[in-house]
Design a protein around this ligand. Structure first.
Ligand code: FAD
Length: 439
C-alpha cells in the first residue's frame, strides 16, 4: 500500500452499528475517515446474527431518545410507531441502508475483509495499526475508535478490561437465530403476527411442541420458552430462541463450538414446531451465518456505568447518549432471563467518560465495549444505544482532530452535544456553540 493512502484523520475499527454510526458522524464533519472491517461485508451483529427487534428507544412518554443516525437506519420505527405493533427490521434492508449511507460520504473509505492484528503504542498514544487480509499493511490516524464490540482494538493496545460477570467471569449466553417462512398464518389463533398480542399468542401455541422436545431429552437448549419476532412483511418469523453457554469471544474455539451447537438447536426446534398445523409446510430459510454473541470485553474507562445508574435513571453532566432499554441478562447458566425496565422517565444517560478508555489519549470506545458493569452492559448493548454511542464517539473524535487537541479528555462534552443536537440527536444538558469545519 502506498503511504499517502494510509494516513487518515480517524480510523474506526469494526463496521457494526457502533462503527458505522461513528464513521458517518465523523465523515459528516469533513474528517478523512477509514472504517476497517474484518468480515467481507459491513453490518456486524445486527446484520449477520439477524437480531430483528428494534428494542426500546423511547422514554416513558413515547419520546424517542436515540433520534440521530438511529432514525436514518430504522425510519419506519419513527414514522409508523404504534404500541400494538412489534417494531422489527429485515437484516437485508439494514445492510442496504448501511451501504447506501456509507457510500454517500466522500470523506469516508471502507475496507472490508481486513483485520486489525496489531496496535503500536507510544506514550499512551496509538501510533499505527497493522492490518491483514484484503488490505495488508500499516495505517495511521490522529484518532482511533474501537467499534469491535469485544474491545479487540483496546486489548491489542494493551488496555485493561473486564470480562463476564463480576462474581465468576461468566458471560451471557449466545444465540444462533433463524428465519422461518412459508407459515400458514390462517391456522394461527391470531394471524396478524405483526401485532404484539399475536406474537404472545403464537409463542404460547408453540410452547407445548418445544416442551415435549425437552421432555424427550432431544435438545440441549436450556431456554424455558420460545421467542420469535415477525419480519416487517408480517409473513416470516425470526426465532431468537436457542441458547449456548460458555461462549467467550476472546476464545475463538468457543465461538466455533457455539455455532455448531446453535445450529443443532435451531434444527431441533424447527422440526418440533413443524408439528403445529400452521408450520406443516414451513421452511427453515437459514440459520444466521454468525453466532449471536451478546457479551465480550468491557474496557475500563474514566467512568464505569453500573446497574444502579441504569435502574436509577441517572443523569450525567457529560451525557453524550441515552438508553431506554431494560437490563436484559440472558443467564450465563441457562436459567430464566432477567429483565428489569428502566423506571420513569424511562431512560438513563451515558456519560462521555464511559467512552474514554484509561491509558490512551487518542482512542475512544464506540460500540458495546464501553466502560460499564456486566449488568449495565446488558442494557446499553442494544442497537439503538450502540448507534447513539457510536455517533457520539465519532463526533468527539472529529472535534479532537479539528480542534488539534492532545487528549480526548479535552473534548468539551457541551460541544459534542451541540453537534449531536444540530444533527437531530436527543441530548440533555448545556450545549456550547462552535463553528464546524467546512472543508
Ligand atoms: C442473539 C442476539 C440478539 C440480540 N437481539 C437484539 C435485538 O433484538 N435488538 C437490538 O437492538 N439488539 C439486539 N442485540 C444486541 C445488538 O445486536 C448488539 O449488541 C449490537 O448490534 C452490537 O453492535 P456493535 O457495533 O457494538 O458490534 P458488532 O455489530 O458486533 O460489530 C463489531 C464489528 O467489529 C468487527 N471486528 C472485530 N474485531 C475486528 C478486528 N480486529 N479488525 C476488524 N474488524 C473487527 C466484527 O467483525 C464486527 O463486524 C442482540 C444481540 C445478540 C447477540
Amino acid at each position: 500500500m502506498d503511504t499517502a493512502m494510509n494516513q487518515f484523520d480517524i480510523i474506526v475499527a469494526g463496521a457494526g452499528v457502533g462503527g458505522i454510526s461513528a464513521a458517518l458522524a465523523a465523515a459528516r464533519l469533513k474528517q478523512k475517515v477509514l472504517l476497517i472491517e474484518q468480515a467481507d461485508e459491513v453490518g456486524g451483529t445486527g446484520v449477520f446474527s439477524s437480531v430483528s427487534l428494534i428494542c426500546q428507544f423511547r422514554d416513558s412518554n413515547g419520546r424517542p431518545i436515540n433520534s440521530g443516525i438511529h432514525r436514518e437506519l430504522f425510519p419506519t420505527a419513527y414514522t409508523h410507531y404504534s404500541e400494538q405493533l412489534v417494531p422489527t427490521y429485515d437484516e437485508k434492508q439494514l445492510k442496504e441502508s448501511y451501504i447506501n449511507l456509507l457510500g454517500a460520504e466522500p470523506c469516508l473509505t471502507v475496507w472490508t475483509g481486513s483485520r486489525i492484528t496489531q496496535v503500536e503504542m507510544h506514550q499512551n498514544r496509538i501510533v499505527q495499526l497493522h492490518t491483514s487480509g484484503k488490505y495488508t499493511g500499516i495505517v495511521s490516524a490522529k484518532a482511533y475508535l474501537d467499534a469491535t464490540a469485544d474491545g479487540n482494538l483496546s486489548a491489542l493496545a494493551g488496555l485493561s478490561y473486564h470480562l463476564g460477570r463480576e462474581s465468576d467471569g461468566k458471560l451471557q449466553s449466545a444465540t444462533a437465530t433463524f428465519k422461518v417462512s412459508g407459515i400458514d398464518r390462517m391456522r394461527l389463533q391470531q394471524p396478524d403476527i405483526r401485532q404484539w398480542s399475536a406474537i404472545h399468542s403464537l409463542r404460547k401455541e408453540l410452547l407445548p411442541y418445544y416442551e415435549s422436545l425437552k421432555k424427550e431429552g432431544a435438545t440441549s437448549n436450556p431456554r424455558t420458552g420460545v421467542t420469535c419476532f415477525p419480519y416487517p412483511d408480517g409473513e416470516a418469523l425470526l426465532f431468537n430462541s436457542t441458547s449456548v453457554l460458555d461462549v467467550d469471544p476472546t476464545r475463538p474455539e468457543t465461538v466455533e463450538r457455539g455455532m455448531e451447537e446453535g445450529k443443532k438447536q435451531a434444527k431441533e426446534l424447527f422440526e418440533a414446531i413443524c408439528h403445529h398445523p400452521a408450520f406443516r409446510n414451513a421452511r427453515l430459510d437459514y440459520v444466521a451465518p454468525k453466532l449471536g454473541v451478546r457479551e465480550g470485553r468491557r474496557i475500563i474507562g474514566e467512568y464505569e456505568l453500573t446497574a444502579d445508574d441504569c435502574l436509577g435513571a441517572r443523569t450525567f453532566e457529560d451525557m453524550v447518549a441515552a438508553c431506554a432499554y431494560s437490563l436484559d441478562i440472558h443467564d450465563p447458566e441457562g436459567g430464566k432471563t432477567r429483565l428489569e425496565p428502566i423506571p420513569s422517565p424511562g431512560y438513563y444517560h451515558i456519560p462521555y467518560r464511559s467512552l474514554i478508555p484509561k491509558g490512551a489519549t487518542n482512542l475512544l470506545l464506540s460500540s458495546r465495549c464501553i466502560s460499564g458493569s456486566h449488568e449495565a452492559h446488558s442494557s446499553y448493548r442494544i442497537m439503538a444505544s450502540v448507534s447513539a454511542i457510536g455517533e457520539a464517539a465519532g463526533t468527539a473524535a472529529a472535534l479532537f482532530v479539528f480542534q488539534g487537541l492532545e487528549d480526548v479528555r479535552q473534548v468539551n462534552s457541551a460541544h459534542i452535544r451541540f453537534i449531536l443536537q444540530l444533527r437531530g440527536q436527543f441530548v440533555e444538558g448545556k450545549v456550547e456553540r462552535l463553528s464546524l469545519p467546512t472543508a
